[in-house]
Design a protein around this ligand. Structure first.
Ligand code: R7I
Ligand code: MG
Ligand code: MG
Ligand code: MG
Length: 361
C-alpha cells in the first residue's frame, strides 16, 4: 500500500542513518571496487547471518540527531540552541569523522558561549565560508519539522540551520536543495505496483525552485563581495540539476552510466555542489535496474548506486537514502539493513516524535 506520512518520516531518517553507517567504510575510495561493494552490500542483506555486525554512524548522523533533539525539545527553531548542541556533541564524542575545518567553528562557538551563533561560520576560509556538504548532510529533520511550512519559510529555515556552520552560498544552498529534495519526495506518491513515479516532473519542480533561490542569493552575495566572487555560474546547483535531466534523456536512448561515470560528471567529494546533485541522481536512478546487482527494491538500488559513486560515500549515501526513504517509505527498507546500524531505535523514535509534532498542527 502507499506509505503513509509517518512511514515516510521514518523512511527519511532511517534511510539517512543506513546510508551513513553502511557508506562510511568506503569513504574516500575513489573509484570504489565494484566487487568489494557487491560483496559488502550482499552480505548486509543476508537474511539470517550468524552475527549481525553493527556499523557506527559518523558526523552526518551526530549532527542530524542534534537537529532532531533541538526541534523535538523546543518545538521551534533556535539557532543558539542548535549551535550549542552541535558543539557539545562534538566535544563529547569528537571521533566521528568531522570535516577538517568545521571543528574550528565548534571551538569558536564554545569560546564565545554561543552568543552569536552565526558569527564563527562567517570567518571560515578567509571570510568566504565553507562550501562543504556538512550543512546538507544534516538537513533531513528540517524537512520533517517544517513539513507544513510554506515553501519560502522552509527554504529560509533550512538555510539558517546550515549557516550555523556553512555561510558560503554553495554550502547553504546545497542544504536547501537537499531539504527540498526530501520535501518533494514526501509529496510524491509512487505507484503501488512497481514504485514508479514521474522523474521528470520531480526534477522540474526542483529546477524551478533552485533557479529562483540561486538567482536571489547570487544578487545578495555579489553586492557585498564582488571582488572575491568568481563563480563560473550564477546558478551552479540549477546547472547540475539540468545536467541530471540531460543524463536521463540520453540514458533512455543508450545504456545507463556507471557509478564512476556519474561521479565524473556530477562529482563525489565533500563539497555540497559535488555531492547533493549526485545523491539526487542516485535516487532517480533507482527507477531502473542496476547492472550486476539483482534487486527490484528501489531503496536497495538507491543505496547500492549511491555508494558506487565512491568518494564521500557516507554523505552521498546518507543524503540519497534519506530522500529514497521519504519517497518509498519505511516498509520498503529491509529490516536487516536497519539492524546493522548504531542507534536505529533512537532514530525511529525521533522520526515518530517529529511526526507527532506536525500531525498536531
Ligand atoms: O562540510 P563539513 O561539515 O564536512 C562534511 C564532510 C562529510 O563528508 C562528513 O562525512 C565528513 O567526513 O566531512 O566540514 P568543513 O570542514 O566545513 O568542509 C569540509 C572540507 O571541504 C574542508 O575541510 C575543506 O577541505 C573543504 N572546503 C573548502 N576548501 C576550500 N575553500 C570547504 N569549504 C572550502 C572553501 O571555501
Ligand atoms: Mg561523515
Ligand atoms: Mg570524513
Ligand atoms: Mg562524508
Amino acid at each position: 500500500s502507499v506509505a503513509n506520512l509517518v512511514n515516510r518520516f521514518r523512511g527519511c531518517l532511517v534511510g539517512g542513518l543506513i546510508g551513513d553507517c553502511l557508506g562510511s567504510p568506503f569513504e574516500g575510495d575513489n573509484p570504489i571496487s565494484r566487487s568489494v561493494l557487491y560483496n559488502f552490500v550482499t552480505k548486509q542483506l543476508e537474511e539470517s547471518p550468524k552475527t549481525v555486525q553493527t556499523f557506527p554512524y559518523t558526523d552526518d548522523t551526530a549532527m542530524t540527531k542534534s537537529i532532531c533533539e533541538s526541534f523535538i525539545q523546543l518545538k521551534q527553531f533556535d539557532a543558539k540552541d542548535m549551535a550549542k548542541r552541535f558543539t557539545l556533541e562534538y566535544i563529547r564524542d569528537p571521533k566521528r569523522g568531522y570535516g577538517g575545518n568545521v571543528i574550528d567553528v565548534f571551538a569558536a562557538l564554545n569560546h564565545t558561549h554561543f552568543e552569536e551563533p552565526y558569527s564563527p561560520a562567517r570567518l571560515q576560509f578567509n571570510g568566504s565560508g565553507s562550501y562543504g556538504n556538512g550543512g546538507a548532510m544534516r538537513t533531513n529533520p528540517v524537512a520533517l519539522f517544517g513539513y507544513h511550512l510554506p515553501i519560502d519559510e522552509l527554504i529560509e529555515l533550512s538555510g539558517n540551520c546550515a549557516k550555523i556552520t556553512h555561510s558560503n552560498r554553495n554550502g547553504y544552498n546545497g542544504a536547501i536543495l537537499q531539504c527540498l529534495a526530501v520535501r518533494e519526495a514526501l509529496n510524491t506518491i509512487p505507484s503501488q505496483t512497481d514504485h514508479s513515479f514521474d522523474v521528470n516532473s520531480y526534477l522540474n519542480r526542483l529546477i524551478e525552485k533552485m533557479q529562483t533561490i540561486e538567482t536571489k542569493s547570487y544578487e545578495k552575495v555579489s553586492i557585498g563581495s564582488k571582488a572575491t566572487f568568481n563563480d563560473v555560474s550564477e546558478t551552479p546547483f540549477t546547472d547540475k540539476l539540468n545536467k541530471i535531466k540531460t543524463i536521463f534523456e540520453s540514458e533512455s536512448k543508450v545504456s545507463e552510466l556507471s557509478g564512476e561515470m556519474v561521479a565524473h560528471i556530477l562529482g563525489n567529494d565533500v563539497s555540497a555542489l559535488k555531492s547533493v546533485p549526485s545523491a539526487i541522481y542516485s535516487v532517480l536512478r533507482s527507477q531502473k535496474a542496476i547492472e550486476n546487482f539483482d534487486t527490484t527494491n528501489p531503496f536497495v538500488r538507491t543505496l547500492y548506486f549511491s555508494l558506487s559513486l565512491g568518494g564521500d560515500t557516507d554523505t552521498i549515501g546518507s543524503m540519497a537514502c534519506s530522500i529514497a526513504g521519504a519517497l518509498y517509505g519505511y516498509e520498503v527498507i529491509p529490516n536487516i539493513l536497519q539492524k546493522h546500524c548504531e542507534d536505529i531505535h533512537l532514530i525511529v523514535k525521533y522520526a515518530d516524535d517529529l511526526y507527532n509534532n506536525v500531525s498536531k498542527n
